[in-house]
Design a protein around this ligand. Structure first.
Ligand SMILES: NC(=O)c1ccc[n+]([C@@H]2O[C@H](COP(=O)([O-])OP(=O)(O)OC[C@H]3O[C@@H](n4cnc5c(N)ncnc54)[C@H](O)[C@@H]3O)[C@@H](O)[C@H]2O)c1
Length: 535
């Protein structure tokens, strides 16, 4: 009875937020009761319950071929086989898309219509996504490899929630009346910036669409979105639904294509007024350079991370193990905020290690379309090889490989859940973003030492803290140089919670009220007052 209550509570909670909290049982969020043979699952890939409908670029409200006529394949990470060929946009297509977005901003109705009308279109769009959510979840799983239940029960509801959230902001954006010295009436107008260029990655294609497009459109901007070359399919589908909901042509343009061609053309475009990027720190630096060399457009960046997850001496070890496991392995380890440095107090280290290893060995790896699968394949061959290289570097160091360490199956890009113990701060696996299912466990003695070591990273995206002691939680929350601290929970991605990084994890914040300022200009309007005496 109690467990039924917990699971219904849980499914309600993940329908509006993706969240992992203390005490959610040892089964994991998306673990069904039907266990299956992983090998059989890999031998016979499930036929995805969806067809690919849209593969062209979406420019000015129309699906069109790329100017060059070129196409590129998008692959099924379960098998490495081609799913579909997609129009390959490059600089010329970016020019066409920017021209459409420019016209829609300068002459079109979007920035001029009432905020309430904009909000209603966004709400209609959210309803359409909800209606098509099974199909969209299947397409996301096919293109990305993430477990279907995660996409269907976690990410699609969150996508809808994000658009409800931003639709709610559209008619609540207003300036201030400023009490300046002297006989002047001073007001600020919060105006849209103009054409927003947005470049997104492959790990959460739909969620990244919502984080970027939601605030930009709520504020009255127009958008050119460049999707990741690994996952172009779902953005085209939802952009089509947006037009069905009444979005005027040119307001949202979606260009599929590669980074150095389409992405660079967008970031360096003279007629793009703002650029937002999520991806690697290396590419973030290129984007910043392109913005500086062109028209000095403002830039927001969500970049890499190497987030500490600190298990304190008072921790309930079973719960800490489960949370730390999900903090790292969720989404095949392909999360910018993954808890990829698990710091464990020496007094609970041995027990934690033994149980973490047992948990990783129990992790259900297999076809992401099968019920009960916790871990699907990595996104592509490049990431697969990169992760295996990091595992090799861990094996060649004095870290101890507790479990995993290799390919899972013989087809596609599956990797065994891998755990290293005895990891030292100067090892590559403790410093670089691996972006895969590789947990690194480090031992510490004193809290001050844990803080110093956790902060000794070029990244500062997020941290997890696991303790029963309020003073310890408060000390750690304030001492850690990161954009998010999750205390006794992890990966809580509510629409209203700001997200972003300190240090080389990025610039600016997405989600929440803070994200609006990324897409607004502030204009001061000063008017003389003839009879100010009464002031
Ligand atoms: N922070 C995140 O959410 C995130 C997401 C994906 C990857 N990563 C990290 O990045 C590593 C490499 O993955 P990746 O190669 O897909 O990331 P990436 O940074 O190269 O790609 C992200 C996006 O940027 C575009 N891009 C690439 N080069 C560009 C350029 N020169 N100009 C403009 N746009 C460009 C890509 O086409 C894609 O849309 C991963 O292993 C991981 O460590 C982080």
């Amino acid at each position: 009875m109690a467990s039924r209550r917990l699971s219904s509570l849980l499914s309600r909670s993940i329908s509006s937020t993706l969240s992992l909290s203390q005490g959610q049982g040892s089964g994991g969020l998306w673990r069904g009761s039907n266990r299956f043979s992983a090998a059989a699952a890999l031998e016979e890939p499930v036929t995805p319950p969806v067809q690919v409908k849209y593969t062209q670029l979406l420019i000015n409200g129309q699906f069109v071929d790329s100017a060059s006529g070129k196409k590129f394949p998008t692959y099924d990470p379960r098998t490495g086989e081609v799913i579909a060929h997609v129009a390959e946009g490059d600089a010329e297509d970016i020019n066409r898309a920017v021209a459409a977005a420019r016209k829609a901003f300068d002459e079109g109705p979007w920035p001029r219509m009432s905020a309430y009308e904009r909000s209603r279109i966004m709400l209609r769009f959210a309803d359409l996504v909800e209606e098509h959510s099974d199909e969209l979840a299947a397409l996301e799983t096919w293109d990305n490899g993430k477990p279907f239940d995660q996409a269907a029960k976690g990410e699609l509801p969150l996508f809808v929630r994000l658009f409800h959230y931003y639709a709610g902001w559209a008619d609540k954006i207003h300036g201030l009346t400023v009490p300046a010295d002297g006989p002047h009436h001073v007001q600020t107008l919060h105006e849209p910036i103009g054409v927003a260029g947005q470049i997104i990655p492959w790990n959460f294609p739909l969620i990244m669409f919502a984080w970027k497009v939601g605030p930009a459109l709520a504020c009255g901007n127009t958008v050119v979105l460049k999707t990741a070359e690994q996952t172009p399919l779902t953005a085209l589908y939802v952009a089509k639904l947006f037009h069905e909901a009444g979005l005027p042509p040119g307001v949202l343009n979606v260009v599929s294509g590669f980074g150095p061609t389409a992405g660079a053309a967008l970031a360096g475009h003279m007629d793009v007024d703002k650029i937002a990027f999520t991806g690697s720190t290396e590419t973030g630096k290129i984007i910043l350079g392109l913005a500086a060399k062109s028209n000095l457009k403002p830039v927001t960046l969500e970049l890499g991370g190497k987030s500490p997850f600190i298990v304190c001496k008072d921790a309930n070890v079973d719960q800490a193990v489960e949370l730390a496991h999900h903090a790292l392995f969720f989404n095949q380890g392909q999360c910018c905020c993954a808890g990829s440095r698990t710091f464990v107090h020496e007094s609970v280290y041995d027990e934690f290690l033994e149980k973490s290893k047992a948990r990783a060995l129990k992790r259900t790896v297999g076809d992401p379309f099968r019920k009960g699968t916790e871990q699907g394949p990595q996104i592509d061959e490049e990431q697969f090889n990169k992760i295996l290289k990091y595992i090799k570097s861990g094996q060649e160091s004095s870290a101890k490989l507790e479990c995993g360490g290799g390919r899972f199956g013989s087809k596609g890009y599956y990797i065994q859940p891998t755990v290293f113990s005895n990891v030292q701060d100067d090892m590559l696996i403790a410093q670089d973003e691996i972006f895969g299912p590789v947990q690194s466990i480090l031992k510490y003695k004193e809290l001050d030492e844990a803080i110093r070591r956790a902060n000794a990273s070029k990244y500062g995206l997020a941290a997890g803290v696991f303790t029963k002691d309020l003073d310890t939680a408060n000390t750690l929350s304030r001492a850690l140089r990161v954009g998010t601290v999750w205390v006794n929970c992890f990966d809580v991605f509510d629409a209203a919670i700001p997200f972003g990084g300190y240090k080389m994890s990025g610039m600016g914040r997405e989600k929440g009220v803070y994200s609006l300022s990324n897409y607004l200009q502030v204009k001061a309007v000063v008017t003389p007052l003839r009879n100010a005496a009464w002031l």
